[in-house]
Write a protein that binds this ligand. Structure first.
Ligand SMILES: Cc1ncc(COP(=O)(O)O)c(C=O)c1O
Length: 349
């Protein structure tokens, strides 16, 4: 199976979709057994069958990634830095004793699943995209705590709506001291499900109180900024883009790319520990990640200490954040040239 003969447009209102799961036609899978990766399999089944004692179910031996395919202004479909997702997944594999998925196989399977589901790639225009979710799970049966001997790597895709339905805008965040998503020497630098399980309660509390998400300080001292929920943090002041250096945050591909773009646009960049009080000094700040690119921050509230760090006085995104966001998304949607060679056109769609 290398082609989908169904090219009919699906019955989806592209202007109404959010960030949920919509069934598509195919997913791709590849098993690692006896020390090597097997043949790529194409499946139209959205369920997986595995042993009841699989390590992913008991010991969280699981990793995932998230990237998108963008239908461009010129009709071409682009991936954004898929090699970076492959590299991060390799790092996660090394962190939790799973086999590395080679970059070329990762990209081959990504392009394959995008092509097989081409009819689900939203049209150019309103910011909707095809979200791509690679994941790897330990499937070998084990009862004692030890790594699996067999693994399954899969990729499914689902169309998602634009993050900003009403246009680029700011949101509020809530500092949490009662929960940590990861420890200084834990798995925060890897993309494993356990970190997200650890964040669910704090995330719910933040949402129930009307915040965009919870805001983490470093787990050890609660002195430095770590992450904004499932996104990295950056602040801007004195023409400098500043982002935390920490051993417990996920190395965001968006953040790494925004730093490069900021330098290209003439800003200085710094990656260093950021004490909580420094929040008061930022002219602009944002949460960054694949989902939103930049989600500008209006204020960060420290309920436990009865403090508020208001970053945007007028409630609007700052000019530098807007410029970075516009250039970044223009590259993704093929609206301008890509000076960094970040995008990769999926041929044959
Ligand atoms: C915990 C966490 N931090 C940051 C990010 C942003 O990373 P990226 O820019 O690679 O999407 C994500 C999303 O993947 C995340 O889950």
């Amino acid at each position: 199976m290398s082609e989908n003969t169904n090219t009919q447009s699906p019955d989806i209102d592209w202007n109404k979709i959010g960030f949920g799961y919509i069934r598509t036609d195919y997913n791709v899978r590849c098993y690692h057994k006896n020390g090597k990766w097997g043949e790529i399999e194409v499946s139209s089944d959205e369920n997986i069958s595995m042993n009841i004692a699989a390590t992913c179910l008991h010991y969280g031996q699981e990793s995932f990634e998230g990237l998108k395919a963008y239908r461009g202004k010129d009709g071409k479909v682009r991936l954004f830095r898929p090699d970076e997702n492959a590299k991060r997944m390799q790092s996660t594999s090394n962190g939790i004793l799973m086999p590395e998925m080679p970059t070329d196989l990762f990209i081959k399977m990504t392009e394959m699943v995008v092509k097989l589901n081409a009819r689900f790639i939203p049209p150019y225009g309103n910011g909707a995209t095809l979200y791509i979710r690679p994941l790897m799970i330990g499937v070998g049966p084990t009862v004692g705590v030890k790594p699996s001997s067999e693994f399954c790597f899969m990729i499914f895709v689902t169309p998602v709506g634009p993050y900003f339905k009403g246009g680029f805008s700011t949101g509020d965040y809530m500092i949490t001291r009662s929960y940590d998503r990861s420890a200084p020497l834990g798995t925060g630098i890897y993309k494993v499900g356990g970190n997200y399980a650890a964040s669910l309660k704090a995330n719910k509390i933040a949402h129930d109180n009307g915040f965009m998400s919870e805001f983490y300080l470093d787990a050890k001292e609660k002195k430095y900024i770590d992450e904004c929920g499932a996104a990295n943090f950056f602040g801007i002041k004195n023409n400098t883009y500043i982002t935390p250096k920490s051993s417990s945050i996920l190395p965001s591909i968006t953040n790494k790319s925004l730093m490069q773009l900021a330098e290209y646009m003439g800003l200085k960049t710094e990656r260093r520990p950021i004490p909580e009080e420094e929040l008061l000094t930022f002219e602009e700040a944002g949460a960054c990640g694949t989902a939103a690119v930049i989600s500008p921050i209006r204020k960060i509230v420290d309920l436990e200490n009865n403090k508020e760090y208001v970053i945007s006085k007028d409630g609007q995104p700052g000019p530098i954040s807007r410029k970075l966001y516009e250039k970044y998304t223009a590259i993704q949607f093929g609206e301008c040239e890509d000076p960094f060679g970040w995008t990769r056109v999926v041929e044959g769609i």
